[in-house]
Structures are given as structure tokens and as C-alpha cells.
Ligand binder design. Structure first.
Ligand code: AMP
Length: 539
């Protein structure tokens, strides 16, 4: 039936209007490269975002054009988050940690016409500038000048009359933003986010049973704005009116802890590596930092080790474990405890918090094993498939990538999971990382998490190594904590108390550091290249 409800498009201009009318005085705080602090309000942000939209129009940017950013977390990047979609163009965030090769590929594949780049990231731009065709490069800094041939962001905004801004009518299904998946195998692939997806995702994130972001929160996204839109949090904050604190390029534990204390942060978000660094700093000097009681820290991107969840509890800080993907905008599931677990033992509650959680509202899950959909019995393993209003339906400009989508409208995540009766997902592996020993699956993630619970282990990755008899066997690669020692035999004996014998790694290799991808995950492909034949040599 038509005409029952008003026609109301779910778009980013609606989010910005709300931020501006209801939360105009709420602060947006940014740490600048020189470590000084910049403060202004959502009201000022909105005005400058409109200036940017007008300026882009006068540079010839047309609706649907891709405008890239190469920037840390800060207020100018936030203006781009709104200003670019307001102009009708698509915000395309680039990851400065990628190689020049990957960046050249991504910018060309997306067909970006304009780049907004932090002055401090100009050396990254230099690495690919000769291989791409950009019409304008705009430098973001505090200055009103830019190097020859480039434009100054501040000059551009200053020369623009915000009164000439006219809100264009945007269709909620138009693209507002895009991001490329990190691509640990093959080329990175682009995902377009519609206005509608970003708005519904913001509401999904704000729900109490997911991240519970509220107007009373002071939120610090350590997760970069180039990694799936800082998990959508800047949009969620603008929608609910939460204070935003941006760390700029300073992501070391001390700088982040200092911001926690000075700005009274109540909610933060980042990948496990960042939080492990912070936990180490806290354990070294427990009395040095005064954080807000009950500070919540969202952890995602890779698994939050149980030892880390317990470690932060000792400091009165609560880890909220979440799972998501570039293709899912990214929020998929969050591990808050349901009431049915109120009387469970401490161990059971911790084990649940270390799972990836139950799906957000409007997000549906199922998992497929070798003989069909698996039961939700906490044991059977299968590949997680998902669907919902913020799940991508295709990749951008990537022929041959249809195999990630099922015929009946689900996205195949590539994550191997079990699901328990409450609906908690537990990630056991990536399809491509799974160890298949003599036809049986072994979860490398479970072994890694257990190893990271050993007091001498700083980090551990487990890979499938070639084996003459079993095709593949697990091999552990371990970095020890400074000043701690452990032998391979000790670590395997430690695992033997928790896993069946045939799951135990055949060998342990000790390394100084585990290589990481540009988004901070263990770079298992590099480890496999180096160690895949290590067991053959020993056999
Ligand atoms: P990306 O698209 O780069 O964000 O990577 C998404 C992938 O990261 C997922 O498919 C998972 O394999 C992994 N991932 C994300 N969150 C978690 C988590 N909480 N625990 C384990 N793996 C995760």
C-alpha cells in the first residue's frame, strides 16, 4: 500500500541537520600533528562541511564523482565525511599504510578525481602520484597555503560563501561513501555504502545492546577513519550528539591514555593491537593514568584475546568485543551478555565475552558447513553468511567477484564460525587460514587465543604448514614478552591442557615480531610464505 507513511529519505544531510540543530554546541576535539589540541563544535563543523560541498562543486565535482581522502582522524576529515556526500560526490577513504602500488591501483580502480590529503601524509601521496590521474589535490593543514600545484583546504574554505549552499535532493539509495577491503589475498576490492545503509547502521550502533552510543558519551575512535569509516562511529556520534575526540596521528599508548584522562573519554574503539599496547602501559604504571570509571572499549578487526578482556577488567575498563567487515559497513555482531547468562559461572561469562557476539538488530546470520547449514549447537563449524540493510550486494568495478554472494541474497564472509543456542558467533578461522589435517578442521584462532593467554607470550599466530602425512598441520609462530622466556615444549604442554592432542601445533617458531596488514591484522600470507615448508624440513 502506498502513502501510509511520509516519504522520508534516510540520508547523511538528515544526520547533519540533527547534529546542527540539537547538538550545535557539543564539542569535537582533535589532536593535531604537533600534539596541540583543536576544539570546536558540531555547529562549526556543519558550517565548514557545507563550505566544502560548495567548494567541491565549484571545482567541477559532479554527483557520483569519487573524492578520496588520505588523512588521520581529525576535524577536517570529519568535515570531508559530510561535505563530500553533501556535494553529491562519494567519500573514498584511503589507507596510508598501504603500499604505493596498492594505493595507485585503488585510486585508479575507484576513478577518484579529487584527493584531500593531510599535509603530514604528502610523502605517501608522492609514492603513487605519478601513476594516477587526479584533477585536484587539496592539502589539509592549519595553513592557507599549499605546495606548488596543490590547493590549500583552508584557503578553499575561506574563499567560499556558505550561503550559496543549496541542499540537493539525495536519494537514500545513492552512494555516499566507499572503502576498499584490506585484501590479504588478491587485489583490494571496493564497497560502496549508500546513505540509507550509513544511517541505519548508525542507529544499529547506537542501540543499547550493541555499542550503546549516547549523547552522554565522549567517544574516541582510535580505529582510523580510513578503516571502514572508523567503524561508522563519526556518523553515529553526529546522529546521537556524542562528543568526539580524535587522536590525529598519535596512536601510541601514552598519547591515547593522556586523551582518555584529559578529555574524560567514556567510550573508545580500536583493534586488539592498540589495546594490548595500552594494557601493557597500564600494567607498567597502574597509578599513572586516571581514566573514567567504567570506560568501555570496543574491540574488533581481529579477535580480542580472553587474557586482554580479563586484564582490562582488573583496571575497571570494559572490553566490548565486536565483529564486522568492510562489506558490512562494518557492524555485524557484538558480545554483550544476554540475561540468560546472568547466573552462568565467571568462566562461562568470560568465554562468551571472548566470542564475537550476537548479531545486531536488522542483521541476519547463518553458517554453512560441508553438508548444509549448521545447527546452532556451539560445536558445528561452517562459513558465516550474512544479510541486512548495511551489507554490500556487490563489489565496485570488480568483475569475477560474484562468488562471494549466494543466489538467495546472502554474503559469504569467509569466516568459519560456530554459533551457540543464544546466537553468539565464535570465529574459528578464515576459510583460507583454516588447518585441514587428515580431513578434519583445526581452528587456528582458538590456538592463537590460548597461546596469548600464556604469561610469556606477547603475540601468537598459527598457520597451516605442509605435512607429508596429514597434508596440513598447525605451526605456531610466537613473539615472547620482553624479559620472559618459554620453550616450544612448554608452550605445547600449556595448550595440551585445553585442546585434543591432534590439535596441538607440531612445532613453534619464535620471531621478533609478527607481520601485520595495513589494518593491523596478522599477515598470515607472509607467515605462510616464510614457514609453510618448515615442517617438511623437520619430518
Ligand atoms: P576488514 O574488512 O578488513 O575489516 O576485515 C574483516 C575480517 O576481519 C572479518 O571477516 C574477520 O575475519 C576479521 N574480524 C573482524 N572482527 C573480528 C573479531 N572480533 N574477531 C575475529 N576476527 C575479526
Amino acid at each position: 500500500m502506498k502513502g501510509l507513511m511520509m516519504e522520508f529519505q534516510l540520508t547523511l544531510p538528515v544526520v547533519l541537520r540533527r547534529a546542527e540543530t540539537l547538538f550545535a554546541d557539543k564539542p569535537v576535539i582533535s589532536r593535531l600533528p604537533d600534539k596541540s589540541i583543536h576544539r570546536y563544535t558540531y555547529g562549526e563543523m556543519a558550517e565548514r562541511a557545507r563550505r566544502l560541498a560548495v567548494a567541491l562543486g565549484s571545482l567541477g565535482v559532479a554527483p557520483g564523482d569519487r573524492v578520496a581522502t588520505l588523512a588521520w582522524n581529525g576535524y577536517q576529515h570529519l568535515e570531508a565525511y559530510f561535505g563530500i556526500p553533501l556535494s553529491g560526490a562519494i567519500l573514498h577513504t584511503l589507507n596510508p599504510r598501504l603500499s604505493g602500488d596498492d594505493l595507485a591501483y585503488i585510486v585508479s580502480n575507484a576513478g577518484d578525481s579529487v584527493l584531500l590529503v593531510d599535509e603530514t601524509l604528502l610523502p605517501v601521496y608522492e609514492k603513487f602520484k605519478d601513476r594516477v590521474r587526479l584533477e585536484h589535490v587539496i592539502v589539509m593543514s592549519q595553513k592557507t597555503e599549499a605546495p606548488a600545484g596543490l590547493k590549500s583546504y583552508e584557503r578553499l574554505l575561506a574563499d567560499t560563501d556558505p550561503r550559496s549552499y543549496r541542499e540537493r535532493s539525495v536519494d537514500e539509495n545513492d552512494a555516499a561513501a566507499m572503502c576498499y577491503s584490506s585484501g590479504t589475498t588478491g587485489r583490494p576490492k571496493g564497497v560502496l555504502y549508500s546513505h540509507r545503509a550509513l544511517v541505519l547502521h548508525s542507529i544499529g550502533e547506537a542501540m543499547v545492546d550493541t555499542l550503546g552510543v549516547s549523547e552522554r558519551d565522549v567517544l574516541l575512535p582510535v580505529v582510523p577513519m580510513f578503516h571502514v569509516n572508523a567503524w561508522g562511529l563519526p556518523y553515529t556520534c553526529a546522529l546521537v550528539g556524542a562528543t568526539l575526540v580524535f587522536p590525529g596521528p598519535h596512536l601510541d599508548a601514552e598519547s591515547v591514555l593522556e586523551l582518555f584522562e584529559k578529555e574524560r573519554v567514556t567510550l573508545a574503539a580500536g583493534v586488539p593491537t592498540v589495546w594490548l599496547g595500552i594494557l601493557t602501559a597500564l600494567e607498567k604504571e597502574p597509578d599513572r593514568w586516571k581514566t573514567q570509571a567504567g570506560l568501555r572499549m570496543v574491540v574488533g578487526g581481529s579477535a580480542a584475546p580472553l587474557s586482554m578482556i580479563k586484564g582490562f577488567d582488573r583496571h575497571g575498563m570494559r572490553i566490548i568485543h565486536a565483529w564486522g567487515m568492510t562489506e558490512t559497513t562494518p557492524l555485524g555482531s557484538v558480545s554483550n551478555l544476554v540475561s540468560g547468562l546472568a547466573n552462568a559461572s565467571d568462566d562461562a561469562r568470560y568465554a562468551t565475552r571472548a566470542k564475537q557476539g550476537i548479531p545486531s538488530a536488522l542483521f541476519e546470520i547463518r553458517a554453512r558447513g560441508e553438508s548444509g547449514l549448521i545447527p546452532w549447537d556451539d560445536t558445528a563449524m561452517g562459513e558465516l553468511e550474512v544479510r541486512g540493510p548495511w551489507v554490500a550486494a556487490s563489489y565496485y568495478n570488480a568483475p569475477g567477484s560474484d562468488d562471494r554472494f549466494t543466489g538467495d541474497g546472502w554474503f559469504k564472509t569467509g569466516d568459519i564460525v560456530s554459533i551457540d543456542r543464544h546466537g553468539y558467533i565464535e570465529i574459528k578461522d578464515r576459510t583460507k587460514d583454516l588447518v585441514k589435517s587428515g580431513g578434519e578442521w583445526i581452528s587456528t584462532v582458538a590456538l592463537e587465543n590460548a597461546l596469548m593467554g600464556h604469561p610469556a607470550v606477547a603475540e601468537a599466530a598459527v598457520i597451516a604448514a605442509n605435512h607429508p602425512k596429514w597434508q596440513e598441520r598447525p605451526l605456531a609462530i610466537v613473539t615472547l614478552k620482553k624479559d620472559k622466556t618459554a620453550t616450544a615444549e612448554e608452550l605445547i604442554a600449556f595448550l595440551a591442557t585445553q585442546f585434543p592432542k591432534w590439535w596441538l601445533p607440531d612445532a613453534v617458531e619464535f620471531v621478533d615480531a609478527i607481520p601485520r596488514t595495513a589494518t593491523g591484522k596478522f599477515y598470515k600470507m607472509a607467515l605462510r610464505d616464510r614457514f609453510k615448508d618448515a615442517l617438511l624440513a623437520k619430518a
